[in-house]
Write a protein that binds this ligand. Structure first.
Ligand code: ADP
Ligand SMILES: Cc1cn([C@H]2C[C@H](O)[C@@H](COP(=O)(O)O)O2)c(=O)[nH]c1=O
Ligand code: ZN
Length: 191
């Protein structure tokens, strides 16, 4: 479980930081993102939350986990929009970061340099097992990286792959249990 660094220090230093929560589908990334953001709100910090506008899977505006926990967000089309909407907040949450353009890396660096805590959740690998979009770069620049795991639906082991159950070669294909399942390394490669 992620324990927040003591808050006083960032105010003295006027510097922020970046946290990344990554893993396969169903690994609990969104639940963990929502947990951290709700705790920040309890601490009365000013929080802004974003998701890519294409992610309309469960809701057009809210971020919703597979377990139906939810939090209000602002859908954006580009990473640049996040910079314009975060001037007076302390904590920035971003879900489905794999869908953002590469500009997201510079955006979150700027936010952290401006003293903000930035919490990012995203898929580290696509359904082919290849690093997804800006996620490798985001993990590199983050102070904290948490990799969470699902349960392999075939064998019950720890899962870190998202297996696509339907024939589609596109990297981006929205879906949930109808189209994807969590699998361990062995079951993912067994096909
Ligand atoms: N194979 C699985 N392994 C673990 N959790 C699963 C699985 N399938 C469905 N779930 C559900 O998904 C929830 C996690 O959802 P969520 O936080 O949205 O994950 P992610 O954002 O990583 O896709 C779990 O609490 C559980 O209820
Ligand atoms: C593996 C994979 C997934 N997607 C899509 C499917 C879902 O809409 C999201 C992932 O959501 P989650 O919160 O991590 O469950 O991404 C995709 O477009 N391409 C892929 O390869
Ligand atoms: Zn398995």
């Amino acid at each position: 479980m992620f324990i927040e660094p003591k808050r006083g220090r960032i105010h003295e230093q006027k510097t922020g930081w970046i946290e990344v929560v990554c893993g396969s589908m169903f690994s609990g990334k969104t639940e963990e993102l929502i947990r951290r953001l709700k705790r920040a709100k309890i601490a009365k910090q000013k929080v802004e939350i974003f998701k890519p506008a294409i992610d309309v899977r469960y809701h057009e505006i809210d971020i919703v986990s597979h377990n139906q926990t939810a939090i209000r967000s602002t859908p954006v089309h580009t990473s640049e929009e996040i910079l314009l909407m975060t001037s007076d907040c302390e904590v920035v949450g971003i879900d489905e970061a794999q869908f953002f353009d590469e500009g997201i890396v510079e955006v979150v660096n700027k936010l952290a340099e401006n003293g903000k805590r930035v919490i990012i959740a995203g898929l580290d690998m696509d359904s082919r097992g290849i690093p997804f979009g800006p996620m490798p770069a985001l993990m590199s620049i983050a102070e904290y990286v948490t990799k969470v795991h699902a349960i392999c639906v075939v064998c019950g082991d720890i899962a870190n792959y998202s297996y696509r159950k339907v024939p589609n070669e596109q990297q981006v294909m929205l879906g949930e249990l109808d189209s994807y399942e969590a699998r361990c390394r062995k079951c993912f490669h067994a096909g």
